[in-house]
Design a protein around this ligand. Structure first.
Ligand SMILES: Nc1ncnc2c1ncn2[C@@H]1O[C@H](COP(=O)(O)OP(=O)(O)O)[C@@H](O)[C@H]1O
Ligand SMILES: [Mg+2]
Length: 320
């Protein structure tokens, strides 16, 4: 599949501060790409470079094969950039607002009406056509902002933290909208500081932390990389008061095993969570050693890797 975005060694300084450090990404046509990282990681700066608003200090970024630094006008024609803070002209009606921007994109005549109607339809705002922009909820305002960047039928959408500040219902609707746009063949980059927000809609993600890329690849790959670093098992013991066979004793015993990486209290009473490095066979050894010593093992099961854990793990030691 063709690449829609490629960056190589993309770097941006503000004074002596490196806000984006040597970022190399590859995003295929048709991808819904999650760009994830805590606040200050450099997401907005990266998106602004792709949107040709900021110039890279070093490195290259290409959109649809065109260098953003040398062909900004052509790049702008194929992208729709929705910034993290968006203002709309509140005194306008919804269709007036879109009409205004369609004119700014030099879309004229009946093509302009078609572009406005199609953007309204796509974003589910057709009934709000004659509403004043001021009367819209945050979710609707955001849809309007998205409708605006759809007017010129861009191939690539750059959406900066689109789900922040939305209520749960608006978030679900937003995800549906993203999937509808994907079905139209658009490539979509969505940034967020919350991983779970993107997991369901993205097929590929990049995790950035302190200006640097920590992971880039499929969502499943992020989880696989984490389980390769060790597996977490939850052990549930039945305590019957027998001296030396309590939970605290079990914890001490397990902690003493050479292949055990970390032991902590589990989420439930009577439960211990154990991390093994690297693998699997050891889990069965823990189980059999405990049973041999007389512990009553009620349950011993691997904990599925959750995306949030993957994120924490991949950025371990870097997050403050
Ligand atoms: N115009 C600017 N001038 C100086 N520093 C900036 C500017 N824009 C962003 N930064 C700094 O660059 C870092 C990355 O910012 P940003 O790209 O907005 O991160 P994110 O979107 O991931 O929260 C932050 O430390 C921020 O303060
Ligand atoms: Mg940002």
């Amino acid at each position: 599949m063709a690449e829609m975005v490629i960056t190589q060694g993309l770097t941006r300084y503000f004074g002596s501060f490196r806000a984006v450090d040597n970022l190399s990404l590859s995003i295929d046509e048709g991808d819904v790409f999650g760009f994830i990282g805590p606040n200050g990681a450099g997401k907005t700066t990266t998106l602004r470079m792709l949107a040709t608003i900021l110039k890279p200090s070093h490195g290259v970024a290409k959109v649809a094969g065109m260098n953003v630094a040398t062909r900004p006008a052509q790049v702008r024609r194929v992208i729709g950039y929705m910034p993290d803070v968006f203002g709309v002209y509140e005194d306008m009606l919804v269709y007036e607002y879109l009409n205004f921007f369609a004119a700014a994109y030099a879309i004229t005549g009946t093509a302009r009406d078609t572009a406005v109607d199609s953007a309204l339809n796509l974003t589910g705002l057709i009934e709000k056509r004659n509403a004043s922009c001021r009367s819209l909820s945050r979710g609707m305002t955001q849809r309007l902002s998205l409708a605006r960047v759809l007017l010129h039928d861009p191939k690539l959408l750059l959406l900066d933290e689109p789900a922040s500040g939305l209520d749960p219902r608006a978030r679900i609707e937003f995800k549906e909208l993203v999937l509808a746009l994907k079905a139209l063949g658009k490539t979509i980059i969505i940034s967020s500081h919350i991983l779970s927000e993107l997991a369901e809609v993205c097929n590929s993600i990049a995790i950035v932390e302190r200006s640097k890329l920590v992971y880039c690849g499929p969502v499943d790959g992020a989880m696989g990389q984490v389980s390769a670093q060790g597996r977490v098992f939850n052990l549930l013991l039945r305590e019957d008061g027998t001296e030396g066979l309590g939970l605290a004793d079990a914890r001490e015993f397990v902690r003493g095993l050479p292949f055990v990486d970390a032991v902590r209290e589990g989420d439930r009473p009577g439960q211990i969570s154990i991390r093994f490095v690297p693998g699997f066979d050891e889990a069965f050894r823990v189980n059999s050693e405990l049973v041999t010593r007389g512990y009553k093992v009620e349950a011993f099961a691997e904990q599925a890797v959750r995306l949030e854990d993957a994120f924490l793990q991949l950025t371990k030691g870097i997050v403050q």
